[in-house]
Every structure is written in C-alpha cells, then in structure tokens.
Design a protein around this ligand. Structure first.
Ligand SMILES: *Cc1c(COP(=O)(O)O)cnc(C)c1O
Length: 461
C-alpha cells in the first residue's frame, strides 16, 4: 500500500484553480497516468473524460513524446531565447507553419494560452500603430471587439474579452479594460446562418470601426464560456465584415486546435483564414505548458513600422526547448493522420450514446461535435458532489456551470468511451430537474409541454 498524500497540507496551503484557501474543495490524489486512465493514490483507476483540460489528446505516457522529452532534457532543457536559437524551436515553428493556413508565416512562442491571447492583442494594437493613418486615428484603434459567452484566459487583457456576465469582469471592476461585446452567435453548427445573426456585429463595426483594432473569437466552438457550437457561416461572414471595415481577425484556437472539432483547425470548417491565430492546450499533447501566436506577413510588417520598431514581448521561458520537443513529438503524432478517423468514431459513438440523454428531465440540450460531447443542464450543477459521483463510477469528468461534458483523448477505446457516456447519463439522472413539470402530467402533455423547449442539437461534423 502506497503512502497517501498529505491532503491536510494541500488544503491548508496550496491553491487549486478557482478555489478558496479557507473553504477548500475536495481534491483527488493522482499517483500516475497511462493511456486514458488516471491512477489515484489509493489505487483506483479512472477513465479520463477531460484530457486534462482538453490538452492530453494522445493519452498519458505516450512513448514517442516521453522519448522526445527525455532526449531533449539531457541535451538542453532550457536556454534563454534572446539572442539564441535552437533546433526544437525551429523544428516546431516549421511544423506549425506547414500545418496552418498559408497566410500565417510568423510564430511567437509563449508560455500559456492566456499569454498567447495577450500577445495576439498586443500584436493587433502595435499593428495599427504601424499603419499610415492620421495620428488621432492610430491612437483610437485600441479596442477589441468580441462576442458574449467567449473564454480567452485569465490574465487581464484575456479576461477583458471573456464573457462580461459569466466571466470575471465584475470582480475586478475598473481594472479590466472595457472592450466591445455583441451577442454570441445564435445559429447552431451545421445550420445556414439565421437572418440577422451577424447584424449586431455589423452594426458595431459600421459605427465604431475607427476604434476597433481587432475582433477576437473562438472559431466554431465557444468552450469554457458555454460549450456552444455555432455555424461556420457566421465565421465566414465575420471575416468578410472584418475585411470590409478594416479590422484584424484573431482566432483563438487554443481549445479547438489540433483536431478537437473534427478538423485540424476549426477555421477549416469554412474557407477563411485569420490575421492572428492563438494555439495552446493540445500543442504539446498535454505534457508541458506551451502556446503560440501566429500572424501574417502583413501584421508583422505593421508591427515593425510601429514607433517601437519591434514587437514588445519576450517571456523568460520563451521557446523552452523541452516544451518545443514535446510539441514536435505531439505534432508528429497528429501528422500521422490517425486522429481524423479517431475523432469521427468518437463523434459517432457519442451521438449514438448521448442522444437519449435528452429524455433525462434535468437535461436541457445534448450537443456533440468532433470529440466534444455536452449535456447542457437546466440548472448549474454542484461540481464537487458530481465529481465524487463520477469518481465512484470509475471516470474523471469535471462538470462546470450547467454543463456536464467530455473531451476525451483521441486514443480512447470504444469501451472506455461507453463507460464515460453511461456515467454522464447516470449522474445526470440523479439531478432533480427544475420544478416546471406538474407531478402528474400525462406522457402526451409532457412531450408537448416542457420537452418542446429542449432543443436537441446533435451536430454533424
Ligand atoms: C484554455 C483557454 C485559454 C487559456 O489558456 P491557458 O493555458 O489556461 O492560459 C484561452 N483561450 C481558450 C479558447 C481556451 O480554451
């Protein structure tokens, strides 16, 4: 029997994401992980439905990534990137440029997703500083326009473009830069654009484009802001509006990149390309923190013409060789092209196995796109209580807000995936639905009544 962890020390002294240091939430001790399973310190094994916050797409302990990291560790674990370059960074950037769309030619390596967004926003502001515009107009172009229900990270500029209601704006008041928001896209994925869905975006751009440096958006899937999948025609229309009103388009593919939605990048669901692209999460296969912000020649030119003459950012651990080596190995696995069939199979199986979850009274909607499966509940769930139920069922699923979702590793077996979908339905069935159905409704009434507002939107990739 292994020693159990010092949970008392943990709860007294160590912050976990979004937690209180005086009212600690339960944590589970993980000893190791292999494939799609986490092994707890008490020896229990859990099938991972989260890919460690959407990053671990090839599973844990993958020999190719481990070998690449081990070799790199002994050769050169880290060296400053100022005035120095190295093979892992060059290899990684070559791979990234080969995989992404042609107009993207420049790569800025950074530490985490939030920083990739900070970098993207700084790029957009410096770009306009470098344009041949009247001085007053240059100074004006500093706002970022985005949609509600977005999520772009936890640092200040990233936070300023997160959903203004569900995000963290209210807690930080005036310290958060005021950006421009319009309603989130309403047309579900796979549908042709509802009339007027882009109208709010068009109106703001028409009226305020002189003030707006860039639009930032998560393409196709709004992740942590609500797990919403929207029409590719919205994205296409947005690109056209950005061109029309002379505003840059930043796509945040930190969650969607590297196959998650069924395309290598979510922007491939249509035929557009961004001016600036943010990547992170699955970039290293979930083995170590690394992110990247890519931009076009045009954006890079503008930045060079700005008064600073250089791009004003340079993290201590920029281009960390160990992280670059992990990313190179992960991208090699992506380039072996097994993921399209894996993600398609996961999508089909989730569509089959989650469709009847709509009959569970507490479930409001069921959505599947690529390797993302979502039960949207009528009400916010108790994460800690549900987490325990999932662990008791032998799976790791971490609900948030009113969402019980899975984003499993691409290498998950069909039996493991079934265990996840069964657990989702089993746990959802234990939740009391909101009191909107009379206790002795006839089946017919029930189906005509409150079931009608349960819009099942099983999407097709
Ligand atoms: C997770 C996420 C981020 C932030 O990434 P971190 O590595 O947590 O800083 C930004 N944008 C999107 C879309 C994300 O999903």
């Amino acid at each position: 029997m292994r020693n159990l962890l010092d949970f008392d020390f943990d709860s007294a002294h160590i912050w976990h994401p979004y937690t209180s240091m005086t009212r600690a939430l339960p944590v589970f001790g993980v000893h190791s992980a292999q494939g799609c399973e986490l092994e707890l310190v008490d020896g229990r094994k859990l099938i991972d439905g989260t890919s460690s916050w959407w990053a671990c797409v090839h599973g844990y302990g993958h020999p190719a990534i481990l070998t690449a990291m081990e070799q790199q560790l002994h050769q050169l674990s880290h060296v400053m990137f100022g005035g120095i370059t190295h093979e892992p960074a060059i290899e990684l950037c070559k791979k990234l440029l080969a995989m992404t769309c042609e107009p993207l030619t420049k790569v800025f390596l950074c530490d985490s997703g939030s920083i990739a967004v900070e970098v993207a926003i700084k790029m957009a502001l410096q770009y306009w500083q470098g344009q041949d515009l009247p001085l007053a107009q240059k100074a004006q172009k500093q706002r970022i326009l985005t949609v509600k229900k977005g999520y772009h990270g936890d640092t200040f500029a990233a936070m300023s473009v997160c959903d203004p209601e569900g995000g963290m704006h209210t807690m930080f008041g005036e310290a958060v830069i005021k950006q421009c928001f319009v309603d989130a896209p309403q047309t579900p994925f796979g549908e042709s654009l509802h009339q007027d869905d882009l109208a709010p975006m068009q109106r703001i751009l028409r009226e305020q484009h002189q003030d707006i440096a860039a639009v930032i958006i998560e393409p196709i899937m709004q992740g942590a802001g609500g797990m919403r999948f929207y029409s590719s025609e919205y994205l296409r229309g947005l690109r056209a509006l950005c061109d029309e009103y002379n505003v840059l388009l930043i796509l945040d593919e930190i969650a969607t990149g590297f196959g998650r939605t069924g395309k290598l990048f979510a922007y491939e669901h249509t035929d557009i390309t961004p001016d600036i692209l943010c990547l992170g999460k699955a970039l290293t296969g979930g083995y170590i923190s690394l992110a990247a912000t890519l931009c076009t020649d045009n954006v890079a030119q503008g930045i060079s013409q700005s008064p600073a003459g250089v791009f004003m950012h340079g993290p201590t651990f920029m281009g960390n060789p160990l992280a670059c080596a992990a990313a190179c190995a992960s991208l090699d696995l992506i380039n072996q092209q097994e993921w399209p069939a894996q993600v398609a199979a996961i999508e089909q199986q989730m569509q089959r196995e989650l469709a009847d979850a709509i009959d569970i009274p507490s479930v409001k909607a069921v959505r599947v796109l690529g390797a993302v499966g979502v039960l949207e509940m009528h009400q916010a769930v108790n994460t800690a209580a549900l987490q325990q139920q999932f662990v008791d069922l032998g799976v790791w699923v971490r609900p948030f807000a009113n969402l019980i979702y899975i984003m499993p590793p691409y290498v998950i077996s069909s039996a493991q995936l079934s265990q996840l979908t069964q657990a989702m339905k089993q746990v959802a069935a234990t939740i009391t639905p909101p009191n909107i159905t009379p206790p002795n409704t006839t089946p017919e009434l029930a189906s005509q009544g409150w079931h009608t507002d349960q819009n099942i939107s099983i999407s097709h990739g």
